[in-house]
Write a protein that binds this ligand. Structure first.
Ligand code: PGA
Length: 231
């Protein structure tokens, strides 16, 4: 399985150094991808974990204050990058067109995009979640070749589940995985949203899940170890 760790905007320099020491003790057959806060990327120095980023600029190098471009990520050996996380869609007004630009730039630099998709509670209640998820995927894939599309990882994260402790039923998750699989039959799909070392017992029963995207749990190494032992 693929376990992606999204540290979000957490861990100061010294906290991150200690965190890396703790992560370095993990032995697992699973592939772990750590997406630290960007400022911590240059401190990454362990080899049992792969390096990811949480965001990339829509543009190449140039006059884009505060942005980090894909060539810069590549120069720090970043191998994966989250794209379109709901917190960036909400807080930074990232659109599906933006995710398409980011994916194109990342693929040009051989960085694997982890495209995050998912519906709000309202969209689920109003039953337009299927259309929302399809739009997020289809717009993000626009003009990519079949070969490029195969490289993508999709993370299904229902927004109401992120950081809330609220989990959809397995059948609800599987229903969305079916929608994604119809568009992308060969791609790996992760589930994210309040995954922890207890509820993973239930989540791991879902047939089409290839891994998990962990936010809160990424910061708790002992619980992470427990989760890895269970899957
Ligand atoms: P959470 O976050 O595990 O804290 O719910 C997941 C995510 O936002 O990727």
């Amino acid at each position: 399985m693929i376990i992606a760790l999204n540290n979000k905007s957490n861990l100061t320099k010294n906290e991150f150094i200690k965190y890396l020491e703790d992560l370095n003790n993990i032995e697992t057959k699973h592939k772990i991808v750590l997406c630290p806060s960007s400022i911590n990327i240059p401190l990454f120095n362990i080899d049992n974990v792969l390096l990811g980023a949480q965001n990339v600029s829509n543009n190449l190098a140039g006059a884009h204050t505060g942005e980090i471009n894909s060539k810069q990520l590549k120069s720090y050996n970043v191998k994966y990058c989250l794209v379109g996380h709901s917190e960036r869609r909400e807080e930074q007004n990232i659109t599906s067109e933006d995710t398409n630009k980011k994916i194109n730039l990342l693929l040009d630099d051989n960085i694997i995009p982890i495209l995050c998709v998912g519906e709000t509670k309202e969209q689920r209640i109003h039953k337009n979640y299927k259309a929302v998820i399809k739009e997020e995927i289809l717009t993000a894939l626009k003009d990519l070749t079949e070969e490029e599309i195969k490289k993508l990882i999709i993370a299904y994260e229902p927004i109401y589940s992120i950081g809330t402790g609220v989990l959809p039923k397995n059948s609800e998750i599987q229903e969305v995985l079916n929608i994604i699989k119809k568009i992308l039959p060969d791609n790996k799909i992760l589930y994210g949203g309040s995954v922890d070392d207890d509820n993973v017992d239930t989540l791991k029963e879902i047939e089409d899940i290839d891994g998990f995207l962990l936010g809160g749990l990424s910061l708790k190494v002992e619980n992470l170890k427990r989760l890895l032992e269970k899957i």
